[in-house]
Ligand binder design. Structure first.
Ligand SMILES: NC(=O)c1ccc[n+]([C@@H]2O[C@H](COP(=O)([O-])OP(=O)(O)OC[C@H]3O[C@@H](n4cnc5c(N)ncnc54)[C@H](O)[C@@H]3O)[C@@H](O)[C@H]2O)c1
Length: 248
């Protein structure tokens, strides 16, 4: 069995389903321990049962400072530390300007941006204590380019880049790194039922959750020890290779 994450204890938010669940599975597969945090208690517990003694589930609403504090405490008390934080929980909402409400705007910023800030704040002391540590903030290609009808989503995902770089600068001297991951269109419950025809990437398929998890494992591990404050695309070429598709 490979052990790229031997000695690592990770806390993954939004890990009951979709990409977060995939990250949790890969972390354990690579020899790490994982605390699965989510608001979907039933599904989160099922995943923790599936992963066995190297996983624990904790109820974590990322908008709650108290929930974050408990989740960090579960990691330290159960597994003896915390040196990986994967800020994965996120929601999506849509609407053109004439219909997009302040409530929608506030709701998405609260989860996608403030949720990551609170996670970093609550984990900081443990990440420093159990360094070398790594923070992996999940953004999106919508954090790199604009996208009609996704005002709150894009704004929150752009802001994650600023938060990541600021945290990276502040904690570099403490042996804590922070990077952002920018998936393109990935097959998860979030994208189920969406019309994805206009999102075709040069690699002409939708991405698999595990393809993002492999990158998350790399960034979580000490293999990426010289990378911080950086942005990592996993998007089938969507952002950088527009116009690169050549039909034979
Ligand atoms: N699927 C895609 O194509 C795609 C592309 C780019 C970025 N992303 C980002 O990747 C991350 C995971 O997306 P996914 O597709 O797996 O989504 P998903 O909807 O399948 O899963 C999201 C998980 O987050 C949880 N969650 C929602 N609100 C929460 C809260 N307040 N506190 C804690 N947990 C909460 C949900 O219960 C769910 O388990 C998100 O940040 C998303 O924005 C997704």
């Amino acid at each position: 069995m490979s052990a790229r994450l031997e000695g690592k204890v990770a806390l993954v938010s939004g890990a009951a389903q979709g990409m977060g669940a995939s990250h949790a599975r890969e972390i354990v597969r690579e020899g790490g321990k994982v605390v699965i945090g989510d608001i979907n208690d039933a599904q989160g517990k099922l995943l923790a049962d599936e992963l066995g003694e190297n996983a624990r589930y904790v109820h974590l609403d990322v908008t709650s400072e108290e929930d974050w504090e408990s989740a960090v405490a579960v990691a330290v008390d159960t597994f003896g530390g915390l040196n990986v934080l994967v800020n994965n929980a996120g929601i999506v909402n849509f609407g053109y300007l004439e219909n997009y409400s302040l409530e929608q705007w506030n709701a998405i910023l609260q989860v996608n941006l403030t949720g990551q800030f609170l996670g970093i704040k609550a984990s900081r002391a443990a990440l420093v204590e159990y360094a070398p540590s790594s923070i992996v903030n999940i953004s999106s290609t919508a954090g790199i380019t604009g996208s009609a009808g996704q005002h709150g989503y894009a704004a929150s995902k752009f802001a994650v880049r600023g938060l990541t770089k600021t945290v990276a600068a502040e904690l570099a001297g403490k042996n804590v790194r922070a990077n952002s991951v920018h998936p393109g269109t990935i097959k998860t419950p979030m994208t189920e039922g969406m019309d994805l025809s206009s999102l075709a990437a040069p690699i002409r398929r939708i991405g698999e959750d595990v393809e993002v998890s492999k990158l998350v494992v790399y960034l979580a591990s000490d293999e990426s020890g010289y990378s911080t404050g950086s942005e990592y695309l996993v998007d089938g070429g969507l952002v950088n290779c527009a116009g690169a598709v050549v039909d034979e």
